[in-house]
Design a binder for this molecule. Structure first.
Ligand SMILES: *Cc1c(COP(=O)(O)O)cnc(C)c1O
Length: 395
């Protein structure tokens, strides 16, 4: 048995999404900007997809801008906040220390251009408080950008409350909801957000396509100069098959959201219970405030990379932190933001399951992980010192 438990990194395209996409590669290949019939059919498909995506998050079709993925939507949202703020002489941006690199690296770029960035603490439980946000807002704050669900540890942020604080203070608010859309209820009005990012491949749509929601009245900044596509905010011929596929996947996910959330939460609870039995292990992030499918554990005395390779050999696809950093030996910036020491932040395991996983697969994971942890600890000089009391246990 080989279990895919890395759905926070990416997911398979669903049959519904694939079937919706296929005609747009072959018969329906028109350019949505063309005036002839094939072109107009493509334009119609584009409009329908825009309406479907909008409906799924309680927005208006004119508030949806298609992008080339979640990272691009994050870039566009932050750039929008920066440009609009600068016009009023406001160049302060608030975010958190554990955002995705699409956000953090965009903020670093803006810092070099003279913006000032405040990164809020996420506390030991991996949750930002609305009070922290309120206290950080200044006269010159242009934008607050805080993710809805953290991609490494799965904690859910109080977005509606933070949005209410921003609204009261008249500050633009963006949320990176890439890990939330399709997995949790997302209603842009109830969440009090001005902008929100999503990515198709995190909810069984295709890769390389995403969307930015921007509330009516928010003048979105251009990311790609070109033609008049996406209301002139993103030039380039629209990727109709991908956009249609993302819309179909989202409609499907939202249609069975309640049922899937209950089922996936059950799988997650079983994982947490089983993995907590491993001695000197630690669940990272708040026990309750987490999305249905993501768990993140540290096992003292072992190193994340070895754990992942051995789990792969035992038939479990997992990840240590985010896919973007697991190729490097740096400890996770997310776990460091929780205040974990370097030794522990190195040894983390993220398992992200969803409605495609089965109970049997969870059993397989719960057999494989303790076996691999034991094996690696037996070989680990660090574990040996911990067990002999030479160094104190940290977990
Ligand atoms: C995956 C992810 C992104 C990036 O999305 P891409 O479509 O891969 O560019 C951004 N933010 C979060 C929270 C993510 O999980």
């Amino acid at each position: 048995m080989y279990v895919y438990a890395d759905n926070a990194a990416t997911t398979a395209v669903s049959k519904t999404a694939l079937d919706a996409m296929l005609p747009y590669f072959t018969e329906e290949y028109g350019n949505a900007s063309s005036l002839h019939t094939p072109g107009q059919r493509a334009a119609e498909a584009l409009l329908k997809a825009r309406e479907t995506v909008a409906k799924a998050i309680n927005a208006d079709a004119r508030e949806i801008y298609f992008t080339g993925g979640g990272s691009e939507a994050d870039n566009q949202a932050i750039l929008t906040g920066a440009v609009l703020g600068a016009r009023k002489g406001k160049k302060h941006i608030i975010s958190t220390a554990f955002e995705h690199h699409a956000v953090l690296h965009t903020l670093e770029k803006l810092e070099k251009e003279g913006y000032e960035v405040t990164l809020l603490p996420v506390h030991e439980n991996g949750v930002v408080t609305p009070e922290d946000v309120a206290a950080a807002i200044r006269e010159d704050t242009a934008l607050v950008t805080i993710m809805m669900v953290n991609n490494e540890i799965g904690t859910v942020q109080p977005i509606a409350e933070i949005g209410a604080v921003c609204r009261e203070k008249g500050v633009l608010f963006h949320t990176d909801a890439v890990q939330a859309v399709g997995h949790l209820p997302v209603d842009v009005k109830a969440l009090n957000v001005d902008m929100l990012s999503m990515a198709g491949h995190k909810f069984h749509g295709p890769k390389g396509v995403g969307a930015l929601y921007a509330r009516k009245g928010v003048a979105v900044a251009n990311v790609i100069e070109g033609g008049q596509q996406e209301r002139g905010k993103r030039g380039g011929t629209e990727n109709i098959p991908a956009i249609v596929g993302m819309a179909a996947a989202l409609e499907e996910a939202v249609g069975k959201l309640d049922q899937d959330m209950a089922y996936v939460t059950g799988l997650r609870e079983k994982l947490i219970e089983g993995l907590s039995k491993i001695p000197h292990s630690r669940l990272n992030g708040d026990r309750e405030k987490r999305n249905p499918g993501t768990v993140n554990f540290c096992f003292e005395g072992i190193e994340g990379e070895g754990l992942l390779l051995w789990l792969d050999a035992k038939g479990v696809a997992a990840s240590s932190g985010s896919a973007c950093t697991s190729g490097s030996l740096d400890p996770s910036h997310v776990l460091l933001a929780l205040g974990l020491p370097h030794e522990i932040a190195h040894g983390s395991l993220r398992l992200s399951v969803d409605a495609w996983n089965t109970e049997e697969e969870i059993d397989h994971i719960l057999a494989a992980v303790p076996e691999v942890v034991d094996y690696l600890r037996d070989m680990s000089p660090v574990w040996d010192e911990l067990e002999r009391g030479v160094t104190p246990h940290l977990i």
